[in-house]
Write a protein that binds this ligand. Sequence first.
Ligand code: PRP
Length: 209
Amino acid sequence: MNKPIVIALTKGRPLSQLIDLLARLGIRPKDNLKQSRKLVFPTNDRLVQLMVLRGMDVATYVEHGIADVGMVGKDVLLEYGGNGFYEPIDLDIVKCRIVVAGLVDENSLPRRIKVATKFVEVTKRFYAHKGVQADIIKLSGAMELAPLMGLAHRIVDIVETGDTLRANGLEEKELVAEVSARLIVNKVSLKTKYEDVQDIIKRLGVLCP
Ligand code: PRP
């Protein structure tokens, strides 16, 4: 008998759009993913299970082959690196940007700036590429506070509508990367569960050309 395909979804803001996309594939969880405290969910297809995780953990579970397939933001993939999975499809949903932001009324910047972010690797690469000296301060949330309270000159963060920046007197200064949700596939699963995984890739390819 075939083993179930395990699909890892990113919790939080992306989840609704990911559930809608799965529904278009005919995959429907048996429980309400947003309300349930469960972490693994059966679906109407007894050969498909869903897991709901933070973005970084989606990448980790797929890299290690516990989940065969994942749906996760490009922001996470840029930060995570890793080479245990392929990224065959841009799902073209949950779109946002990684940007450098700073105070609207900011003083002139020193040569060596402080940048607060949770995207440490992305930020290092960005400033190294520009040849700008940046000390990176790792934060895990509420990034917008950092320039406001004088912890850092700039932040590197996700912007979707721009409302959070505006509400805190910040503005976008530079674009780092455009972001959308991606399908990732464990390299081994693609071989051992070839038909089922390939079927998902093909059907998503038709929906997200
Ligand atoms: C993200 C990001 C910003 C906000 C931007 O945080 O860190 O704070 O969304 O969205 P906007 O441009 O539409 O205002 P999120 O709410 O996802 O929570 P997080 O801090 O846990 O990442």
